[in-house]
Design a protein. Structure first.
Length: 261
């Protein structure tokens, strides 16, 4: 800091700005790259299984399903539109699921659907949406989740995206509010953008949720993740264990991993 002492005020401002920018870039380079691997998915599902469910007896689980609908997201949006029914199917025996779709795209556009109780309604809505170029608006997603759960408690927030173009500290503040309200955010990260991985992990941690990276080409992985969180929202850990026991095969292996077997 001594080298700043003899500078004029304008020169000092420029020097401090440059120092700050260099520090931020150094931090970004040190961020761990996201990995799309079975171990990441296993760790995610294990964390989900260990979370308590705050849903009142006799009520449907309530899940806010949010997606980045900017231009790069169209392939994943289309995959999610085809597999979203899994969330309703998996939770039917648990009393059902209420799900709200939220998305952002284009120039400041943010939309949220009514609360839905059937896969046909959600599929119809998702297939009518075309992704459009624009910047991320994750802050709006988190703020919407806060407002919705203040009206009526929601059990979980699922977010699917690949990048972050917002102030991470501001996102963290909103995620912390979700944590205080008991709404875990499950952050599904497509790709390996290091800054997105860092931000998504912070949001997951501060809200009491979980983070998982997945491969853009793996529809089955996304299907498993969405189904697992839907079951958690509807019935908690016990429901997730029962789902795996009834499936056998791959599902049995899943629950063995959840139990650490």
């Amino acid at each position: 800091m001594r080298r700043f002492c003899d500078m004029s005020l304008p020169a000092l401002a420029v020097a401090v700005h440059n120092e700050y920018f260099k520090d931020m870039m150094d931090k970004r380079e040190k961020l761990p790259a996201g990995k799309s691997s079975a171990s990441n998915v296993d760790a995610f599902l294990k964390k989900v299984a260990g979370m308590p469910s705050a849903r009142a007896a006799g009520e449907r689980g309530r899940l806010l399903f949010a997606m980045d609908a900017t231009a790069s997201r169209q392939p994943t949006w289309d995959r999610a539109a085809h597999i979203q029914g899994e969330m309703f199917t998996e939770t039917a025996a648990l009393g059902g699921l209420e799900l709200q779709l939220a998305f952002f795209r284009g120039f400041g556009e943010f939309k949220a659907s009514p609360w839905l109780t059937g896969s046909e309604e959600l599929a119809r809505m998702m297939t009518s949406v075309q992704c459009m170029a624009g910047e991320t608006q994750i802050g709006k997603v988190l703020a919407h989740a806060i407002n919705e759960t203040k009206r009526r408690k929601i059990d979980a927030l699922v977010y699917v995206g690949d990048c972050v173009e917002e102030d991470v500290d501001a996102l963290g503040a909103k995620a912390g509010q979700l944590g205080l309200l008991g709404v875990p955010a499950f952050m599904f990260h497509e790709g390996d953008d290091a800054l997105a991985a860092f931000a998504f992990k912070q949001i997951a941690t501060l809200s009491g949720g979980a983070y998982c990276a997945f491969d853009a080409s793996s529809a089955q992985t996304l299907k498993d993740l969405l189904g697992a969180v839907a079951v958690f929202a509807a019935g908690g850990r016990k429901a997730l264990e029962n789902m795996a026991q009834k499936r056998g095969g791959g599902a049995l292996k899943l629950i063995q991993q959840v139990k650490g077997g």
